[in-house]
Design a protein around this ligand. Structure first.
Ligand SMILES: C=CC1=C(C)c2cc3[nH]c(cc4nc(cc5[nH]c(cc1n2)c(C)c5CCC(=O)O)C(CCC(=O)O)=C4C)c(C)c3C=C
Ligand SMILES: [Fe+2]
Length: 392
């Protein structure tokens, strides 16, 4: 089991990440290479049926993260007359550092028409108020929101997909898939032991991130603290997802120096402009021989920096995606942005407001989907389940 400072390293022998602990795994866990993310709509009005699924999901998630079949009988050991309690495509595959992380969306607490669907409205945290609209948003409602989100991350795509598929199977009749996203390359490091990966613009992404080895910063910026809101969220974290289409063909025709000015960092090393090392502090005061700031005023890293945003910090954990082509001769590619934080009103919202109006990057990106979810603390033992304190 993990402690407050959370050591989420996979077991050296089995490659499994512990499922139980003070916090959910899959947040500060060293970002795995693959993602399958799903947002569900709850299609029942029956609160007991919903809680039953949450219990079954928790048991299945505990089993799958340990490398076992989703159900106790397994994919091939049951009676021939019944559908198996596991779908089988992960037979023989190791745990692959699978983590399964659950969150609850605003609409679970209160429907768009104000209806208190499951008697939870009084328990909705203020921090879960729906995100505001941002300048330039081109969101697709069908790809946004959702009552319950499940993030499955693993180092094998088949293991991540198997996890989501089996939870969807177990939830049939109670939840239905609203939207889902595959991601193939992490775009962030969440541990100082990890090399910084690159996004599809070719830049190192995740250099300056909250990392597992900084417990004081995690307490301040990542984990919900006692007194922040309803008790059921203490030890949890708020998840923001944004599917961001990247116009990579346009980007690929822009000069290297322009790309670096837009990001505010060098493409090769990832160093801030004017410095040499990836982890050097950016110098936002430095002025070049031409009298212009070395890091332009509209550079992404300046606009996203805590100094520009009242100290705002978040743990980014996104993935690259390519969803085929768009029918116009271009790849449908981008970044599935994932950020966890103690309070989105003090992190994602102000930072995105700062970016939305001014960031030069906006010429090359489109936000097409948005999600906000309250991820409760970790489950602590065999009697516990996702949402136990919320539904108590
Ligand atoms: C609202 C939050 C953010 C969105 C949306 C976002 C989109 C986005 N970012 C990149 C590429 C990079 N971002 C980098 C740093 C960075 N980005 C955000 C926030 C959002 N980015 C923050 C808070 C930071 C860190 C700022 C800091 O503390 O210095 C970087 C630099 C490397 C790094 O530090 O990670 C890159 C590169 C893309 C391509 C993108 C949308 C598609
Ligand atoms: Fe960014």
């Amino acid at each position: 089991a993990r402690h407050l400072t959370t050591d989420d390293a996979p077991d050296p022998v089995t490659g499994a990440v512990a499922f139980t602990g003070a916090h959910q795994a899959g947040i500060v866990t060293a970002a795995q290479d693959r993602l399958h993310f799903v947002a569900f709509d709850v299609v029942t009005k029956d609160r007991d049926r919903l809680v039953k699924v949450l219990k079954e999901w928790t048991a299945a998630a505990a089993r799958m993260t340990a490398g076992q079949d989703a159900g106790e009988i397994g994919a091939v050991a049951g009676i021939p007359e019944a559908p198996p309690d596991d779908t089988g495509e992960a037979i023989g595959l190791p745990p692959s550092a699978l983590t399964i992380t659950a969150g609850f969306g605003p609409t679970l607490f209160r429907a768009a028409d104000g209806q208190d669907r499951f008697g939870l409205a009084a328990r909705m945290p203020e921090a879960l108020a729906p995100l505001p609209a941002f300048t330039g948003d081109t969101l697709d409602a069908a790809l946004s929101g959702g009552d319950i989100a499940i993030q499955a991350c693993a180092n094998d795509p088949q293991v991540a997909v198997h996890a989501i598929r089996n939870l969807a199977r177990i939830g049939m009749g109670v939840v239905s898939v609203r939207w889902s996203q595959l991601g193939f390359g992490r775009t962030a490091s969440t541990s100082t032991g990890q090399a910084t990966p690159r996004n599809l613009f070719g830049f190192k992404d995740g250099t300056r991130n909250l990392k597992a080895e900084e417990p004081d910063l995690l307490r301040e910026h990542l984990w919900v603290q006692p007194g922040d809101g309803p008790d059921w969220m203490t030890g949890g974290s708020y998840l923001v997802t944004r599917k961001i289409r990247m116009l990579i063909e346009t980007w690929d025709r822009s000069p290297l120096a322009e790309q670096e000015a837009i990001m505010g960092r060098l493409k090769g090393s990832g160093a801030p402009l004017g410095r040499t090392g990836e982890f050097d502090e950016p110098d936002f005061q430095a002025v070049g021989a031409d009298g212009e700031p070395v890091i332009p005023d509209i550079a992404h890293v300046r606009l996203a920096h805590p100094d520009t945003n009242n100290g705002a910090r978040m743990l980014r954990r996104g993935y690259n995606f390519v969803d085929g082509s768009d029918g116009l001769g271009r790849l449908d590619a981008g970044l599935f942005f994932i950020a966890y934080q103690r309070d989105p009103r003090k992190a994602f919202i102000p930072v995105q407001r700062s970016l939305a109006g001014r960031d030069e990057l906006n010429e090359y990106i489109r936000h097409v989907s948005s999600g906000l979810f309250a991820c409760p603390p970790g489950v602590t033992g065999s009697g516990d389940h996702w949402g136990s304190a919320l539904f108590a």
